[in-house]
Structures are given as C-alpha cells and as structure tokens.
Design a protein around this ligand. Structure first.
Ligand SMILES: *Cc1c(COP(=O)(O)O)cnc(C)c1O
Length: 375
C-alpha cells in the first residue's frame, strides 16, 4: 500500500530531542526553538519569526494582533482549511468568501475589491499547494483600502513570489509544521512578523500576556503581566524534531520537487489528451512541491478514480469542502459574488501521494495506474 502521506523524518530527530532532554530544557523557547526561529528569519527575511503550537494558533495570534473585533469582515477564499476562518470567527468577525481562480485554486485577486464594504478590515490570502497568490494585486488593493493582510502560508514555506518568501508580504504570515506539511514537528507552526513595532506585542501575546521574552534577554529585571495573552509557544522537544528537518530543508525540498516533476512529466500526455488537468504554476511563483494534484472531469469520475487507485494499493485523497457550504460557514460567513469555480473545481481535484522518501518507482507505479484508469 502506498500511503498518501508519511510524516517527514530525517534520522536526527531523536538525537536532538534527547539533547533537549539532557539540557533539562523541554519547555518553550529553548535552544531548538531559537535555532528554528533564526533559521526562519534568515530564510524568509521576516524581521521576526516565532514558533507556535500550530498554524491555527499563529493565525489566531495574527487576528489578535490585528485587533479584529466583532462585526468586522475579513475577505478570504472558501476553498481553504477551517483554521483560516476560525481564527477570525473566534474574534466575532465575519469571513467573506470570494471565489477562487481555477488555475491555481487561490483566491481570485480580481474579485476581492468588489467584496469590500465599510466593515472590511483585512484580506487573508491562502497560498494553496505552496503556489503564491497574486500578491502584487492583493497588496495594492489592501493599501488602497487601508486593510491589513494576513497570509495563510501554512503550505508555503520555501516558496516565493517574485523572489520574496511567502508569509512576508502581509503584516503577518502563518506557517504550519503539522505532520502533513513539508517540514514537521508533529503539531506546530510559526508566525512571521513584517514590522519591527509589532514584535513586542507578539512576544507578549505568545507568553501569556507577560514580558518574559524581554526578561530573558536581560532587558528588564523582572517580568510581569502587561497585556492580554495566551500560551502559543511549543515545547522545545517539538522544536528539536523540526530542527532536524530545517537543517536539511534544501534536501527535502529538492526531493519533493523531483517527485513533483516526475508526476508532471509522466502525466503530461494524459493532460494533452484532454483526460485530466494538471496544476498551474504562474511564472512569478517558485513553489515548494507541497502537493501534486490532478483534476478529473467531475466528482463522479474523481470518486471512481480514488476507488480505482485504492483497489490498486494507492491512497489518493480529495481536499477541502468549500467553507461556505459547511454548517459553520453558513452560520458565520457569507459568500460574495458568484461561486463559479470554488465548488466545481474543488469537486474535481484529487491529490496524489507526495512525501519525503516516496520512491521514483512508486511514482511511476502511481502514474501507470492513473493512465490505466483512463484507458
Ligand atoms: C495545514 C493548514 C492549516 C492548519 O495548520 P495547523 O498547523 O494544523 O494548525 C491552516 N491552513 C492551511 C491552508 C493549511 O494547509
């Protein structure tokens, strides 16, 4: 059986976890957390990166830091994971869903402006499959309407748009290190901060509303409760697991890219024959091979394909059910404009196995079976 996903493991994780244990520093912000934060800053160019307990929590932090209030409206795609909306719904805001582009499955940047009302406070682009949204247009709309941008870059680490790292365009960017992502720590994430003046607020919020981070840097001689806050910092044992992978980030990325390209090569004839569609990577985007998906004709064909693959020992999966059609989406959000592509395209999409360690022969086998299905 070929699994859809296997969590990344390089071999060094257990050694680093033991190092954290031996250092008798297993709570948050230990040596491995610091290494990961520094690596993320260096890699992305963000002025500050802080590991968090998840991308969901990074987005919650961003919503708090952006001072989102009840009644506010936040523009986002409906084709995304629940956390994109949850972080804002928790603050009493209304997600306003905008249609996606069929080529990248990202929010259609041309449809954002029409969804803006006097209650709109921000835009949340989601970089699906690690392929960037059209950030020039989105940042321009945000600037003209005085809106903040919080990037859901859960899938976007190592990806760029016009040479700039995803997660660094908006005020805040959120990464995920869940076991299904390119790099993992089990559960975990990071928040990227663009502007210097937001760093202290973020540190305080993440550390239960205290100025403990300042205290540890020796900038003050005792720490105290200074603002509202929560606990968004992960254990250093989890950070140790992640560090083993960030150290090998390029190698893991290259590995994933080679699988992605193999799928692309082997399935191009089927796409040219009009049987399936392949993903689009616009020219300004360098992606991280987070995902390889194909699109079937419709939902019936997709279900048959998933069953066929399963009978042949390959687990393939569909993805998001559009949020505006889910019970909570109906309750908390609304769709602006026509759902021309969100539902239709989401029903055609199927993801093929892609993980660090998946073998070339396995990818060939998977492609054989897809071809066989269409014969
Ligand atoms: C994985 C994912 C999340 C959630 O990440 P967690 O770290 O599990 O909270 C949010 N948004 C998108 C687009 C994701 O793919």
């Amino acid at each position: 059986m070929i699994n859809f996903n296997v969590p990344p493991f390089t071999g060094k994780e257990t050694e680093y976890i033991m190092e954290a244990v031996k250092a008798q520093k297993i709570c948050g912000d230990g040596q491995f957390t610091k290494k990961c934060n520094a690596w993320l800053e260096e890699k992305t160019g963000a002025v500050k990166a802080l590991l968090t307990t998840s991308c969901t929590h990074a987005t919650e932090m961003a919503a708090l830091l952006a001072d989102v209030k009840p009644g506010d409206e936040v523009i986002m795609p409906s084709y995304t994971f629940v956390s994109t909306a949850d972080a804002f719904v928790l603050r009493g805001a209304t997600p306003v869903f905008v249609d996606i582009r069929p080529d990248t499955m990202n929010i259609d940047e041309k449809k954002i402006e029409a969804a803006i009302t006097d209650k709109t406070v921000g835009i949340v682009p989601v970089h699906y499959a690690g392929v960037a949204c059209e950030m020039d247009t989105i940042m321009d709309v945000a600037k003209r309407h005085n809106l903040w941008v919080i990037e859901d870059a859960a899938q976007g680490i190592m990806s760029t748009y016009k040479g700039k790292a995803l997660g660094t365009f908006g005020e805040f960017g959120c990464f995920s290190f869940h076991e299904t992502k390119n790099y993992s720590m089990g559960e975990g994430g990071a928040i990227l901060i663009r502007d210097e003046e937001k760093i202290e607020d973020a540190e305080i919020l993440r550390e239960k509303g205290t100025n403990r981070s300042k205290f540890f840097r020796g900038q003050i001689d005792k720490y105290t409760w200074v603002n509202q806050g929560s606990s968004y910092l992960p254990s250093d044992m989890n950070a140790a697991y992640l560090w083993a992978q960030l150290e090998m980030a390029e190698k893991i990325n290259d590995y994933r890219i080679s699988i992605w390209e193999q799928y692309w090569r082997e399935l191009t004839p089927l796409a040219e024959a009009g049987k399936i569609e392949l993903p689009t990577v616009p020219k300004d985007c360098v992606h991280n091979a987070h995902m390889f998906y194909i699109k079937a004709k419709d939902i019936e064909e997709r279900s048959a394909l998933i069953s066929y693959m399963k009978e042949n020992g390959v687990l393939t999966v569909f993805h998001y059910i559009p949020l505006h059609t889910a019970p909570a989406g109906l309750k908390f959000g609304r769709f602006h404009g026509e759902d021309k592509y969100t539902t239709k395209e989401s029903e055609r999409l199927v993801r093929l196995p892609l993980y660090f360690g998946l073998k070339e022969e396995e990818v060939s086998y998977i492609c054989d079976k897809v071809r066989e299905f269409y014969r």
